[in-house]
Write a protein that binds this ligand. Structure first.
Ligand code: 13P
Ligand code: SF4
Length: 365
C-alpha cells in the first residue's frame, strides 16, 4: 500500500500570482465534479475568481445543503462557515477550509462555558426553558448552534434575523441573542421593538451585569459581542460623505453600530449590498460600509457608478484574508494527489443538535 504524503504549504508561498492562478485552474480541471469551491463575498479576488459559487453566509449554507453531488467542498470563507457546511452537507461529503487559522473574532466572543453559565443564571431568575428562545448568529462555534437546537432555539444570519426573531417572539416571551449585540439591536430597532425591553448581557460581569429583577423584566438579552471589522465604521463617516456628495446613498451591514445603521439609507447582508448597488441606476453615488475586499470589487466591477468605502481606515477581515491563492492551490493540488488537508469535522453530538437549529432557520428563510 502506498502512503499518501501531504504536499507542504511552504512550497506554495514563493509562487507567482500567475503560477498560482494557472495551477489552481489546472487542479480544478483535473478534479472536475469531485470538488465544489464555495467563496464568501469577502474573499480576496485571487481566491473568489476560482469559486464555483459565491454568496453571503445564508446562500453558502444553502449551497452546502443542496449540492450533494460533489464529494468534496472547498470552503473559502471562515471556520464557522465551513462548520455549517459540514453540518448541512451529506455524511459522505468532505468539507475543507484551506487555512485553519481563518476564524472569526466575533465567534470567539461567546464560548460554550459562558453561554452555559448565562443560561444557568437566567434559570435562577425565571423558568428559562419556557420563557427564553436562544438565537445564535451563524457567526459562532458549532457547539453554540447545538445549544440552541437543544433548547428550542435556532440560528440566524444577517439576511433573515427579522424573520427568526418574529418566529421566536411568537413562541416565547424572551430572546437571548448572541454573539453579535449589534445585529440583534439593529434588527429589533427595525421591528419597532421598545428600547427599554432590551438589555446587554456582559459575559465578563457577574450575572451579565444585571439584577435578577432586570433579567426577569427584559424581553431581549443582547450578548456583548461585536465584529471587529464593522465596529470601525462611525456615524461621522456618513456625515462626511453626505456633506461632500449630496445625494449619495449609504448602505451598510447590520453588524455596524446602531448609530451608523440609523443614519444609513439601506442596511443588509453582503448579498443584499451587492444586489442593491449592482441594480442601482448608472450614475448613482454610493458609500458602502462593509468589508474592504467586497467594496473594492464593487468599485472595479460597477464602473457606471461612483462607489466609496465608508471608512477612512482599512476595515478588512484579517481572518478571511488568510485564505489566499497559495493555500487554495495547496488544498487543490493535495486533493489531486488524493490527500485531504484541513478536513472540517463537527463532532457528531454537536452535529445533530446544530443541524436542528440550522434546519429551523432554513425553514424560515
Ligand atoms: P453575510 O452573512 O452578510 O455574508 O455576513 C457574514 C459576515 O461575517 C459579516 O461580517
Ligand atoms: Fe467575523 Fe467580522 Fe470577519 Fe465577519 S467580518 S467573519 S463577523 S470578524
Amino acid at each position: 500500500m502506498t502512503l499518501l504524503t501531504e504536499l507542504p504549504i511552504t512550497d506554495y508561498q514563493t509562487l507567482s500570482s500567475k503560477e498560482l492562478f494557472d495551477r489552481i485552474a489546472e487542479a480544478k480541471t483535473k478534479l472536475g465534479k469531485q470538488v465544489l469551491v464555495l467563496g464568501h463575498n469577502y474573499q480576496r479576488d485571487e481566491v473568489i475568481i476560482h469559486a464555483d459559487l459565491r454568496g453571503d453566509s445564508l446562500l453558502l449554507a444553502k449551497y452546502a445543503a443542496e449540492r450533494s453531488e460533489f464529494p468534496t467542498v472547498v470552503f473559502c470563507g471562515v471556520h464557522f462557515m465551513a462548520e455549517t457546511a459540514d453540518i448541512l452537507s451529506q455524511s459522505n461529503q468532505t468539507v475543507i477550509l484551506p487555512d485553519m487559522a481563518a476564524g472569526c473574532s466575533m465567534a470567539d466572543m461567546a464560548s460554550m462555558e459562558q453561554v452555559d453559565d448565562c443560561w444557568d443564571r437566567l434559570g435562577r431568575a425565571m423558568s428559562v426553558e419556557e420563557k427564553v428562545t436562544p438565537i445564535v448568529y451563524v457567526n459562532s462555534a458549532a457547539s453554540l448552534k447545538a445549544f440552541c437546537g437543544e433548547h428550542g432555539g435556532l440560528t440566524c444570519t444577517s439576511s433573515n434575523a427579522k424573520a427568526i426573531m418574529n418566529w421566536a417572539w411568537a413562541r416565547r416571551e424572551k430572546i437571548l441573542f448572541f454573539p453579535d449585540e449589534h445585529l440583534g439591536r439593529n434588527t429589533a430597532n427595525a421591528m419597532g421593538f421598545p428600547r427599554e425591553d432590551m438589555i446587554v448581557w456582559d459575559p465578563d460581569q457577574p450575572n451579565g451585569g444585571h439584577t435578577r429583577d432586570a433579567l426577569a423584566k427584559a424581553k431581549l438579552l443582547l450578548w456583548k459581542g461585536h465584529c471587529s471589522v464593522h465596529q470601525m465604521f462611525q456615524a461621522s463617516h456618513i456625515d462626511y460623505f453626505l456633506k461632500q456628495y449630496p445625494g449619495i446613498q449609504v448602505i451598510v451591514h447590520p453588524e455596524c453600530h446602531e448609530d451608523v445603521v440609523n443614519k444609513a439609507d439601506l442596511v443588509g447582508s453582503t448579498e443584499f449590498i451587492i444586489r442593491t448597488v449592482t441594480q442601482a441606476p448608472a450614475g448613482t453615488v454610493w458609500a458602502v460600509g462593509t468589508e474592504l475586499n467586497l467594496v473594492n470589487r464593487l468599485k472595479q466591477e460597477l464602473t457606471d457608478k461612483q462607489i466609496f468605502f465608508l471608512s477612512p481606515m482599512v476595515c478588512r477581515c484579517a481572518t478571511m484574508f488568510r485564505i489566499d491563492a497559495p493555500h487554495l492551490c495547496w488544498t487543490m493540488e493535495n486533493l489531486v494527489q488524493g490527500v485531504v488537508v484541513n478536513h472540517i469535522q463537527v463532532p457528531i453530538d454537536d452535529k445533530v443538535h446544530a443541524k436542528l437549529a440550522l434546519d429551523r432557520m432554513m425553514a424560515l428563510s
